[in-house]
Every structure is written in C-alpha cells, then in structure tokens.
Design a protein around this ligand. Structure first.
Ligand SMILES: *Cc1c(COP(=O)(O)O)cnc(C)c1O
Length: 301
C-alpha cells in the first residue's frame, strides 16, 4: 500500500465555454473538469472515497464492502480504489448475475473485486443490522461504505471539491445529484453569496432535500441551495433520444464527454435555465463535471 494515497491531490482545471446563447444571456459559463482527476477513480467519487479509505486504513481494515447496481459508478470507483490502495473489495450487486458481465462489473472483477449478488427484496433491507451481520458471517470483517458512497466522510471529502470550486468564485454552481453527498459537501464549503443548484438524476420528490439536510448542521447558515427536479428524463438511468442528441452535440461542439445518467442531464438542465433567463447578467455559472463516463459504452446505444 502507498504511504498516503492522497499525498498529491489533483487540481481539476476550469474550462470556459463560449456559445451564442451564453453571450446573449451575458453570463460566464465554465466547467470544472473533475472528470479528469483519474481514469478509474474519477469525478466526485475520488472525493467521496478519500476519507473513507484513510479511515479504513487507520482502523486496519483490509477489506472494503459496498453496494450498487450493475452499472454503478460507485462500485466501479471502489473497485479501482481497492486496487490502487491495497484493499480487498467486495461489491454487493442488486439482482441476479448476468453472463457475460457488463463492462462495469468486468472492470470491477479485473480490479479484484469479489462480486456477490443479492436479490432485490433483500437488497432493499441492506442497511438492516441483520443483513450486515449475515454478510459478515459469510464474508468476514469489512469496512462498510453505503450504497452510492454518501456518509459523513464522503461529505468531508466533497468539501475539498467545494473549496476548489469556491476558489473560482462562481455565483452559481450546478451539479448532478444522486444521493446528495457531493452536493452537501459543496454546500458546506461554498461562499455564502453563491447559490448551489442540484440537478436530480432521479425522480425524487423531496427526499433528496432531506438527505442533504442530514449532512448539514441545523445551526449553521449555508449558501442558498435547491434541487431542480425538471430534468431527470423519467428517472434514474432513464433517458431519451433528445438527451442523447444533446450529449452528442455537446461533445462535438466542446470536445467534452458527458454521459446520460448524471452529467448529461445536469448540463441539459443548466443550459435550459440559462435560455429561460434564470440567471442575471454578469454572473459566473460553474458546472461541475462529476465524471461517471465509465458506464457510457453500456448505456449509450
Ligand atoms: C455518483 C455520481 C453523482 C452523484 O453523486 P451523489 O453524491 O450520490 O449525489 C453525480 N455524477 C456522477 C457522474 C456520479 O458518478
């Protein structure tokens, strides 16, 4: 294992985007390329795992266990982190085994991750002590990282991402939201005058607000933040031709890859809000590219 896996943190670059509709809206639009941080441990997943890995190491765990769907970016990143930093990894995957393995699970397996399938009914109970104890009985001791990777230590890591964002002085920050841990960290680290907009990638109602609030301190005054639910395209992992066309156009115009689960929806929504005049002139809008490009081959047909 490396002495300190995170001795030299990568500083994601800011890429400024030009387009006629941005000039017309008189806004400055930039993209924080956190997707470039690492080929396998990319985007927000790096920040979410960082302090979990350090805690696991400090507590002398040799195995990490986590949960995810068969295309999960979190599972993929955890497998990569295990290989890079010397942990055994176990991925509990929702549903049944499908052969041949998809690209995500093949990568995870190649990294040494042991894949264990769990039926959907039990998977829903995965946070129950009885289920965790049963896993321990069968698989031995492990450091547990929740599905999607959002816990207090993940939020702490994402505060570092938030500090980088703050250093670029945006007036608005837009990011894709799944479980809300990344957004919570960014809210905590942002300037009070900044506004954070989370584009929900799933059909959530108000549960995401609650998830985020769990990580915030009730007595602290944070910057304004909100969840936008208008661009989930039918729900998690749902998409349509319009979204695919947008992503293709975006890639051709700006040479920046997006994927249809998170960053494509966020960018589509962000652009729509600009076109609708949501942002006042002379503001700096920053979109966070949270990575997630690994699942693309399987999902982008
Ligand atoms: C996991 C992921 C998210 C969601 O992060 P949360 O902390 O769960 O909200 C957003 N974008 C990408 C690309 C992701 O892989």
């Amino acid at each position: 294992m490396l002495a300190n896996p995170f001795e030299t943190d990568f500083l994601p670059p800011l890429q400024v985007i030009d387009a006629p509709f941005l000039t017309e809206a008189q806004v400055r639009f930039s993209i924080l390329r956190a997707d470039l941080s690492h080929s396998a441990l990319s985007g927000n997943k790096y920040y979410k795992l960082k302090y979990n890995l350090l805690a696991a190491k400090k507590q002398q765990y040799s195995t990490l266990l986590t949960f995810g769907g068969a295309y999960s970016n979190h599972l993929y990143a955890t497998a990569a982190a295990g290989k890079l930093y010397g942990f055994q990894t176990i991925g509990i995957v929702r549903g049944e085994k499908h052969e041949p393995l998809n690209a995500t699970l093949r990568f995870a397996t190649d990294c040494g991750m042991k894949i264990v399938y769990m039926d959907r009914e039990k998977y829903r109970q995965k946070t129950a002590t009885s289920v965790i104890n049963e896993l321990k009985e069968h698989l031995g001791e492990f450091y547990l990282i929740p599905e999607g990777g959002s816990n207090e230590l993940a939020v702490l890591g994402c505060q570092e991402l938030g500090a980088i964002i703050k250093s670029y002085s945006p007036d608005y920050v837009g990011l894709a939201v799944g479980t809300g841990g990344t957004m919570a960290g960014i809210i905590k680290a942002s300037d009070k005058n900044c506004q954070i907009i989370g584009f929900s990638s799933l059909k959530g109602g108000t549960f995401l607000e609650n998830e985020i609030e769990k990580f915030l301190d009730a007595a602290t005054i944070y910057p304004k933040w909100l969840i936008n639910n208008d661009f989930h395209f039918g729900g998690y992992a749902k998409s349509n031709q319009e979204l695919f066309n947008f992503i293709n156009d975006f890639e051709q115009t700006y040479r920046i890859p997006l994927e249809p689960i998170y960053t494509g929806k966020m960018m589509y929504g962000f652009f729509e809000l600009i076109k609708k005049g949501f942002f006042s002139p002379h503001t700096h809008l920053l979109a966070v590219h949270t990575g997630g490009l690994q699942g693309k081959q399987s999902l982008f047909k």
